[in-house]
Design a binder for this molecule. Structure first.
Ligand SMILES: NC(=O)c1ccc[n+]([C@@H]2O[C@H](COP(=O)([O-])OP(=O)(O)OC[C@H]3O[C@@H](n4cnc5c(N)ncnc54)[C@H](O)[C@@H]3O)[C@@H](O)[C@H]2O)c1
Length: 413
């Protein structure tokens, strides 16, 4: 059988990470790239890494004609336009077998609904990329604990966090383009993985019903004048005028529809975690059992003293969002695998080949968007948001957080 040809739309940070993931999967090529910037470089990487042949395409339409599936790896504000272009290409006869979209599916509930609608028009299977649900560590604890869970009952509390020192591109920091701050950017990961680990083994990913969300958003580091100036100088984004939250925490309550048991997922996210680099931390507590995962605990540590510091040319070789080039460094040797990228691509390709949606489809992505937006609403209104309430559901349909409107100063200071 010929290799499955993937086409990437976008050639930035995540596209490069996903290319590393592709290099670890048999039977899948990165065959094409279409991007405003960086396409040549990524295609060159693919060809040198032996995961091509990979060509650069000038338009989404041309890319869709040349590959078996396309993945939207471009910034959040380009989602609708790109999904529309994919839809037009398919309606004009492009023979792709599936569409992948990175998180978040939309910046608002309305945008996510539009993406779902456009994907439906194509009639194609979809895969929403939420890598943490695919992490080998998360899957392994579930497998290991399945017999315990069957005897003792499911997990009752999950706590998930993703934190680093701040994003790499200006558009992430700008709430009007990104859709918010760290809650929109990384809260989606933590809410999704919390929901997933709480789900009783063998049940679908949406089995537990979201009942309520309560959250707070705050600006703890990047609003302080000294760091606000640093951000303005480095990224051109002015948090005196259009701030976004650099910290969020909250609780989502779910109900088991068979037993009516309530379980909770707590999420915490920050752009002010100035430790070694990115840290994903999850734990789960069940009756008489537990699991704990910390992505910064690597079996490999490197020490670089002050005198030798010049030798560390590229600190991100050690870890995503590395903050240090000396001292005791945590080194992760295969982050594309550790964070679940390898497994999510494998799942999408196998699913599309079988003519079905990936493990998480666009409808699921739209639900995660809704939970994130409910969290913004909760933080803005200072109260718990009940998703069981019809008026709340109606309000969420057209809700756009103050922070994403550029009015963060009204809620963050
Ligand atoms: N799952 C994860 O852990 C993870 C990590 C980082 C980013 N992401 C998501 O991936 C997406 C991209 O993020 P990134 O960090 O790679 O961004 P980035 O800014 O590093 O790269 C974006 C790429 O998209 C291209 N692009 C922009 N507009 C385009 C358009 N209209 N058409 C074609 N190409 C266009 C840019 O030229 C660039 O190549 C975002 O939605 C982000 O939320 C997910």
């Amino acid at each position: 059988m010929a290799n499955f040809k993937l086409g990437f739309i976008g050639a930035g940070f995540i596209a490069k990470f996903q290319a590393k993931a592709v290099s670890q999967i048999r039977g899948v090529d990165l065959a094409g790239v279409c991007a405003l910037k960086g396409a040549e470089e990524l295609a060159d990487y693919a060809n040198k890494a032996g995961i091509g042949p990979c060509a650069v395409y000038p338009s989404v339409a041309e890319l869709c004609k040349a590959v078996d599936a396309v993945a939207i790896f471009a910034p959040n504000m380009a989602r609708i336009q790109l999904m529309q272009e994919i839809c037009d290409a398919v309606q004009a006869g492009a023979g792709i077998k599936g569409v992948i979209c990175e998180k978040p599916l939309g910046r608002t509930v309305a945008e996510a609904a539009q993406i779902v609608e456009l994907a439906k028009r194509t009639g194609l299977p979809t895969a929403y990329f939420e890598n943490q649900v695919h992490m080998k560590g998360i899957r392994a604890q579930m497998e290991q604990l399945a017999p315990v869970q069957a005897q003792m009952g499911p997990l009752a509390l999950a706590r998930s966090s993703e934190e680093h020192s701040g994003p790499h591109e200006p558009w992430f920091w700008d709430p009007t383009r990104q859709g918010g701050g760290v809650l929109s950017d990384m809260g989606c990961h933590s809410i999704a993985v919390g929901w997933y680990v709480l789900t009783p083994v063998g049940k679908p990913a949406t089995f537990l019903e979201p009942i309520s969300v309560s959250a707070t958003t705050s600006l703890l580091k990047w609003g302080v004048p000294r760091y606000r100036k640093e951000l303005l100088d480095r990224m051109g984004v002015d948090y005196a005028k259009t701030p976004a939250e650099d910290f969020c925490t909250g609780i989502v309550t779910f109900k088991n529809p068979e037993t009516s048991q309530l379980v909770q997922a707590q999420f915490t996210n920050s752009w002010m975690y100035d430790k070694q680099g990115l840290r994903l931390a999850m734990d789960g507590l069940g009756p008489g059992y537990a699991f704990e995962l910390n992505s910064l605990k690597s079996p490999l540590e490197i020490f670089i003293g002050d005198q030798a510091a010049e030798a560390a040319a590229d600190t991100e070789l050690a870890l995503e969002k590395s903050t240090a080039s000396r001292g005791l460094l945590a080194v992760e040797t295969n982050e594309a695998d550790l964070y679940g990228y390898v497994d999510e691509i494998q799942d999408a390709v196998a699913s599309f080949q079988a003519g079905r949606d990936g493990f998480l489809n666009f409808e699921y992505g739209a639900m995660i968007t809704k939970l994130c937006q409910a969290a913004y609403m909760s933080a803005e209104e200072g109260k718990t948001i009940y998703l069981t309430d019809k008026d709340t559901q109606a309000a969420l349909k057209n809700y756009k957080s103050l922070i994403s409107q550029g009015r963060g100063a009204e809620v963050l200071f």
